[in-house]
Design a protein around this ligand. Structure first.
Ligand code: 13P
Ligand code: ZN
Length: 273
């Protein structure tokens, strides 16, 4: 990861560490083939790492309308992947592939604080609506990830898989760890235009019950306490999807774990359902 001497990260190790995790995950997304061109985006609430000096630097861009109302985020700071920026570039130099923004007092717009005026992701309405919802719910979540995992997106092109919890149980049943490490399963958001408020609203509706949701024929959106944990949830789900597809490619429908075996996992790992 490159941190140049002028970066706001160079004298702030805790902030650099947090944004370093974003860079590490961005590298994994590229290696997995989930981040073609500028595909996918990440936002992390970094307010706890922002000191008075950083909070008072003059903005380098904005104010710009968010496209959603986020009243609970007034004055909060986020690291955001830049729109049209590549994950693979962010992996090696996060402050040129993304930027730090602050939500303005109106709860409707943001300004860019550092390093350069890199415009945040086009999915900002979804990301910030979700962070606003974390606050409303009193959740400890700080990170949101949108990515294009190949096998999961392929499965979203099959209508029967989009019925409630069909994919959740299918994926859980492929390998025991899936349920243990993605215990709420996979919610489904019917297709909406990328970057739209409708997509943000559909995402929040599903996050009431799930930590990972499928954006039909597009990608997934995952939330967790930090970006590494959000990535892990998508990774275990996509691994299960790969196992399902490998079995189908060998010419058979995989048997899957039984409901009783999955119930046993829930009991041993103290899972909700
Ligand atoms: P951005 O480059 O604006 O982040 O868009 C990528 C994407 O995946 C949109 O859904
Ligand atoms: Zn996308």
């Amino acid at each position: 990861m490159v941190i140049n001497d002028n970066s706001v990260l160079s004298s702030r190790p805790a902030l650099a560490d947090e944004i370093g995790k974003v860079a590490e995950v961005a590298g994994y997304l590229w290696e997995k083939g989930w981040a073609e061109r500028n595909g996918g985006n990440i936002t992390v609430n970094i307010t706890e790492f922002v000191d008075d000096a950083l909070a008072s630097v003059p903005p380098v861009g904005g104010p710009v309308a968010i496209g959603a109302e986020v009243p609970l985020l007034k004055g909060e700071f986020f690291f955001c992947k830049g729109t049209n920026r590549r994950m693979r570039d962010l992996a090696s130099d996060p402050m040129s592939g993304g930027s730090i923004i602050r939500v303005m007092e109106d709860g409707l717009s943001y300004e860019i604080v550092a390093d350069a005026a890199v415009k945040p992701t086009s999915e900002l309405p979804s990301h910030l609506s979700v962070h606003n919802w974390f606050k409303a719910k009193g959740l400890p979540y700080k990170a949101s990830l949108h990515t294009h995992p190949i096998e999961l997106v392929a499965m979203s092109h099959h209508r029967p898989f989009l019925e409630k919890d069909v994919l959740t149980y299918l994926l859980w049943s492929m390998i025991p760890e899936t349920k243990a490490f993605c215990p709420k399963g996979l919610g489904i958001v019917p297709y909406e235009l990328p970057g739209s408020l409708k997509l943000a609203e559909g995402t929040i509706r599903e996050l009431e019950d799930y930590d990972v949701v499928m954006w039909e024929k597009h990608g997934v959106f995952a939330v967790d306490e930090d970006i590494m944990k959000a990535f892990d949830q998508v990774d275990v789900l996509n691994k299960a999807a790969q196992i399902y597809m490998s079995a189908r490619a060998m010419g058979f429908e995989p048997a899957g774990m039984t409901r009783a075996q999955m119930a046993e996992i829930s009991e041993v790992f103290h899972l909700p359902k």
